[in-house]
Design a binder for this molecule. Structure first.
Ligand SMILES: [Zn+2]
Ligand SMILES: [Zn+2]
Length: 331
């Protein structure tokens, strides 16, 4: 079978590997759709945790083709999406329902082979039944889970005013979730005209092109979805007194943000981050199945495994037409 391998930073290539066999408690999945995420770009650029080589892909769905011994919930033919974060369920954090901070954390597509290949094995507990949900939409289960976790942490109040900085696929999902949580007015920051147009089309009330077009001290909740340091540095300016700032976007590791400490104190801000998700997969699937969160319009490109270098280039060039790029390993 074909696999994408990031052998070291800036070195991505297609490799031939044997189709893995599912061990006890594992399922073998034929991968049908695998979304490229900012984290994959960070891994490609050498800006993320972990060792190389990496077979990337942590946002994917497919069909179970074999089940190992003792697998209870799945059989060949079942359609599934994968929750990539594998917790040990037996450490201090896992035992306190903080599986996202598992001390023995492993992740499909980061520390374990991921979905950018034709077949992959995952533990049964990482697989979730998607029913009839189209594969490309089901590939959003993981990013949507992270967004749900973040939005729940930010506690958007009914009729709240929200600003989402960045209207990429994640910013767009944050906007839709903020709406579902009852936000009355959502402003987005986006200078890419393609993404700005999509944000408007999908429900943003207003899209500001520049940071200076946002209102100062105005919003109940600010959510950064850029991970871009100069944007994050300004994020606290736009929150109202007593408001919340959620730093959701993933910055490159090793970079500092700079806030005026007195401003955080004087504005009484709640400043928070959000790390992956905690058991949000069922919520994500339900919101996708009911159409309460719409993801089909977020997909701009569908490419085979062999075009991964082109796919990374498309995303890094910030082309106005590029939204979510899906890799289809078994077209
Ligand atoms: Zn991701
Ligand atoms: Zn653990």
């Amino acid at each position: 079978m074909e696999s994408i391998v990031i052998r070291k930073p800036k070195d991505v290539r297609l490799a031939e590997r044997d189709i893995p066999q599912p061990g006890a408690g594992e399922v073998l999945i034929k991968v049908m759709a695998s979304g490229i995420c900012g984290t994959d770009i960070h891994i490609f650029n050498g800006e993320y945790l972990g060792a190389y080589p990496v077979i990337p892909g942590h946002e994917f769905s497919g069909v179970v083709t074999a089940a190992g011994d003792s697998v209870k919930r799945f059989k060949p033919g079942d359609r599934v999406a994968v929750e990539p974060n594998i917790a040990c369920d037996n450490c201090l954090h896992c035992l306190n329902n903080r599986q996202n901070f598992c001390l023995n954390w492993q992740a499909v597509g980061v520390t374990l082979p991921g979905g950018m290949e034709q077949y992959v094995t995952v533990p049964e507990k990482a697989a979730f039944d998607i029913g009839g949900l189209p594969f490309e939409q089901a590939a959003f289960m993981e990013p949507l889970s992270c967004v749900i976790h973040g939005v729940e942490r930010a506690q958007i109040a009914l009729a709240g005013r929200v600003a989402v900085l960045g209207a990429g696929p994640i910013g767009n999902l944050l906007m839709q979730m903020a709406r579902l949580q009852g936000a009355s007015q959502i402003t987005m920051l986006e200078n890419n005209p393609g993404r700005a147009a999509l944000a408007r089309q999908m429900g943003a009330d207003r899209v500001a092109e520049r940071l200076d077009d946002l209102e100062i001290d105005a919003y109940d909740v600010i959510i950064d979805a850029t991970g871009v340091i100069p944007v994050m540095n300004r994020s606290i300016d736009f929150a109202r007194n007593g408001g919340t700032v959620l730093l959701f976007g993933v910055p490159a590791s090793g970079k500092n943000v700079e806030f005026e400490a007195f401003k955080i104190f004087h504005k009484g801000l709640k400043l928070m981050s959000s790390y992956t998700s905690v058991r949000n997969s069922f919520q994500a699937i339900a919101l996708l199945q009911t159409g309460q969160v719409k993801v089909a319009p977020l997909i701009s490109h569908r490419l085979p495994l062999g075009e991964i270098a082109k796919a990374f280039e498309l995303i890094e060039n910030h082309d106005p037409l590029v939204k979510k790029v899906m890799i289809l390993p078994n077209p």
